[in-house]
Design a protein around this ligand. Structure first.
Ligand code: UT7
Length: 320
């Protein structure tokens, strides 16, 4: 019997504190008009001091468990995608496991920057199709605000905090149709965060560094290619896709991918305006929003994609 992974529940969490473009314009030389025009962002959420990636992941995960009507004890594997782990180790997935009050299941983190959730989904799908897990929790959770240099107007305007989660279950019916993940380390210096414990410890402050314009150009081209690769792998046409759930880095990048799919923006889930770029949390947060508000319906075909520091990129095609 062929096995598939089906999404049986989604959840999300956004911290309470809202930071507007106007708030940022009081810290650095920028304007609401510039930020909105160039990025599509108006506000983003900022985690409170007591919050961590694991605390936000717990809230999103519990919401997904409720939606799936599943007991946490049934989970076989927890994969957490994050670039902002509570601790270097243990993994945020282990801390989440403890928060969910479960023991013995496998738990690990995936570090693939903004593509972490797509990578996590791909790994989860391999476990399920190979018969090694029946229920997998995949979470993207990020406190990007703590990685930012709040005096750098080219980066601090872009990011927000949040967490999104999905629960996958083994099924005879699709489910995830295919996942595609790639990386190219030659671009490592265009978007990175130095590790204070790593090789650059004494040379650079531990804040996010990005050559925005270079990243933008590669992102648009690469996402165009992954759309073609995903459609070809499934023998599908552009018109077979009901919804695009993109990583939310910039509305202009999202619109370019929609154009590539000849898809109207009415069929693209866009959350960036009030969330900014939440890195690995952006795709599951957007999916959760569109499932809960009834836009994405059972049986529809959903294309998720992401691109981030590495560079790393990927897609997942799902029959919902
Ligand atoms: O999720 C991971 C992947 N990340 C991305 O995909 C991000 C990709 N990059 C981007 O989204 C865009 O490149 C940005 C939004 C970061 C920047 O937009 P841009 O249209 O590429 O602007 P730019 O970097 O070419 O800068 C244009 C001008 C510059 O001034 P000059 O040199 O033309 O005088 C910047 O100094 O805009 C200036 N600028 C700003 N002005 C006002 C840069 N940041 C700001 C700002 N406010 N916040």
């Amino acid at each position: 019997m062929r096995k598939y992974s089906r999404i049986i529940g989604t959840g999300g969490y956004l911290p309470e504190k809202v930071m507007t473009n106007h708030d940022i314009s009081e810290k650095v030389d920028t304007t609401d008009a510039w930020i909105y025009e160039r990025t599509g962002i108006r506000t983003r959420r900022i985690a409170a001091d007591h919050e961590t990636s694991s605390s936000m992941a717990e809230i999103a995960a519990r919401e997904a468990l409720d939606a799936a009507n599943l007991d946490a004890d049934d989970i076989d594997l927890i994969i957490t995608a994050t670039s902002t782990p509570d601790r270097i180790f243990p993994s945020t997935a282990c801390l989440l496991q403890q928060r969910l009050g479960i023991r013995n299941c496998a738990a690990f983190d995936v570090q693939a920057a903004c593509s972490g959730f797509i990578y996590g989904l791909s790994i989860a799908d391999q476990f399920i199709r190979a018969g090694n897990a029946n229920y997998v929790l995949v979470v993207g959770s990020e406190i990007n605000s703590r990685l930012l240099d709040w005096s750098d107007r080219t980066t601090c305007i872009l990011f927000g905090d949040g967490a999104g989660a999905v629960l996958l279950k083994v099924s005879k019916e699709p489910g995830i149709l295919s996942t595609h993940i790639h990386s190219d380390g030659k671009y490592q210096d265009l978007l990175y965060v130095p590790n204070p414990y790593g090789q650059r410890a004494r040379e650079e402050a531990p804040y996010l560094v990005m050559s925005g314009n270079d990243v933008f150009k590669v992102a648009v081209n690469t996402l165009g290619r992954i759309v073609d690769e995903t459609l070809a792998a499934n023998g599908m046409e552009k018109t077979d896709i009901d919804w695009l759930v993109p990583h939310q880095a910039n509305t202009r990048i999202i619109a370019a991918t929609a154009r590539k799919l000849q898809m109207s923006m009415d069929h693209v889930i866009v959350t960036i305006e009030n969330q900014g770029n939440t890195s690995s949390a952006s795709v599951p947060l957007a999916l959760n929003e569109a499932v809960r508000d009834g836009r994405i319906l059972p049986g529809q075909v959903v294309l998720m994609e992401a691109f981030g520091g590495g560079f790393v990129w990927g897609s997942a095609l799902v029959q919902y």
